[in-house]
Write a protein that binds this ligand. Structure first.
Ligand code: DLL
Length: 422
């Protein structure tokens, strides 16, 4: 399909999706009416800019099922994301939505080098989190044998990897590092397992981490992106041949990049906040959803008609301003991976004990770190952060596995600066 053909399809689907949302979801009816726009105003793809954004707050206000566009008996499945505060965000899928999701997930896995007939070890968490069941259906749809291990129980993961000999593993990138470290600890050679491909997502990661996993495990490691509000894993997937960012499945989603401060739409190539509009969703159509994820749109390569997204560099709500210096947690990760003995599992704690902001980095040591490594690691990390970011901070090196995780993800930032002192 050429780009022109794809855009013609997008416009046709977009017109339907916007009309459908307006007719069936009172929140959209009101939002469009308040903004003075009608679905019939959408005559070109650019006209989408006339429509208002949807935010996580809109989803919270319609909790639990107010965003659904079909009667409950047509909702085949519900997922929810916990979020950091307050009510969870609830999402629903019709049978048709689940079918499309599995198809896009299968496409993502296939692009990343997973092949039909392979054994796939799925270590994304099962349950309300979209990762486990989303990746499961994707692998099943592709024709793989799925091992639904879920997250956690690292020793058991090692045993099943040894005994079942999977060809691919699906999990968060930091969890694969935990698995790799645990293998070394257990005397296994991580380069000698049956795993050839890892499809990793659900949290930001870096090229440094890709390199470490690929070399450390002798695998191809590819990225997969998604979010519950839009669908789940498989909104975009990375191609193993190019490893140049995730291709967005633009026959089902229309992406935009906006300036998170002015809300203006930015041209391709510029960095900003990613916004998605669903083109085919039935249970919960989503119009111009502000993901808060920061990235940019790039031209298609392996799939020329569909655009890619760059790596997520951070979230617009995750940027820390520390004594005037802008800082994203991924910058700390890049630096931490250069220090022997340190893992990329860390949390940032911001306080303002007197009048100055203070940053503390709590970071887990590697399982295999020597006592010499640990002694010098904190000092070295503080030194590198000072050189590369310009900020002074306190480092606490903690034991492996001690920082709290949810769905395999760490809560990266504790901003206690505006909280009253206790
Ligand atoms: O994390 C869905 C998912 C599961 C994607 C498994 C990939 C693999 P949520 O829990 O709703 O859904 O979290 C969505 O996670 O807005 C991003 O901030 C982040 N995220 C997801 N994938 C990536 C990625 C799932 N590949 C939020 N790179 C998103 C960076 C990612 N961040």
């Amino acid at each position: 399909m050429s780009r022109d053909e794809l855009e013609a399809l997008q416009l046709q689907r977009l017109q339907h999706s916007v009309q459908y949302a307006y007719d069936r979801v009172p929140m959209y009816t009101k939002k469009f009416d308040d903004a003075g726009v009608k679905p019939s105003d959408l005559k070109s793809l650019e006209d989408l800019q006339k429509f208002p954004y949807t935010t996580k707050e809109d989803l919270r206000q319609t909790y639990p099922f107010g965003m659904f566009a079909v009667p409950q008996h047509e909702v085949a499945r519900i997922h929810a994301s916990s979020g950091t505060t307050g009510r969870p965000t609830v999402v629903g899928y019709t049978k048709g939505d689940l079918e499309n999701w599995a198809t896009m997930g299968a496409r993502s896995l296939r692009a990343s080098g997973v092949k039909p007939g392979w054994k796939v070890h799925n270590a994304y968490g099962y349950g309300l989190f979209t990762g486990g069941l989303g990746a499961h259906s994707a692998a099943e749809k592709l024709g793989c044998t799925v091992i639904p291990m879920s997250g956690g129980q690292t020793q058991r993961q090692l045993q099943l990897i040894q005994d079942f000999e999977p060809d691919a593993i699906l999990c968060t990138p930091t969890y694969l590092l935990t698995i790799m470290d645990a293998m070394v600890q257990a005397g296994m050679d991580p380069r000698a397992t049956s795993i050839k491909v890892a499809v990793l997502g659900a949290e930001p990661w870096t090229e440094e981490m890709r390199h470490e996993l690929e070399v450390g495990m002798d695998i191809d490691a590819c990225d997969i992106y998604g979010l519950s509000e839009v669908m789940g894993p498989g909104v975009a997937g990375e191609c193993v041949d190019s490893k140049d960012g995730c291709t967005i499945w633009e026959d089902h989603f229309r992406p935009e990049i906006i300036d998170p401060i002015t809300d203006a739409v930015l041209p391709d190539g510029q960095h900003g906040e990613l916004v998605f509009t669903s083109l085919t969703k039935e249970a919960m159509p989503i119009i111009r959803y502000r993901t808060r994820d920061l990235t940019r749109l790039l031209p298609g390569t392996t799939r020329p008609s569909m655009r890619r997204m760059g790596r997520i560099s951070g979230r617009s709500d995750d940027m820390i301003i520390l004594r005037g210096v802008n800082l994203f947690p991924t910058q700390i990760e890049e630096i931490a991976l250069r220090v022997p003995g340190l893992s990329p599992h860390f949390q940032l704690e911001l306080t303002r004990p007197k009048r100055m902001d203070e940053l503390a980095v709590r970071i887990e040591r590697r399982e295999e770190a020597t006592s010499d490594d640990v002694a010098s690691a904190g000092v070295e990390l503080a030194r590198l952060i000072k050189i590369h970011i310009g900020s002074t901070c306190r480092i606490d090196v903690v034991e492996p596995g001690t920082l709290e995780r949810s769905n395999g993800k760490l809560k990266r930032i504790y901003d206690l600066r505006d909280k009253p002192a206790v």
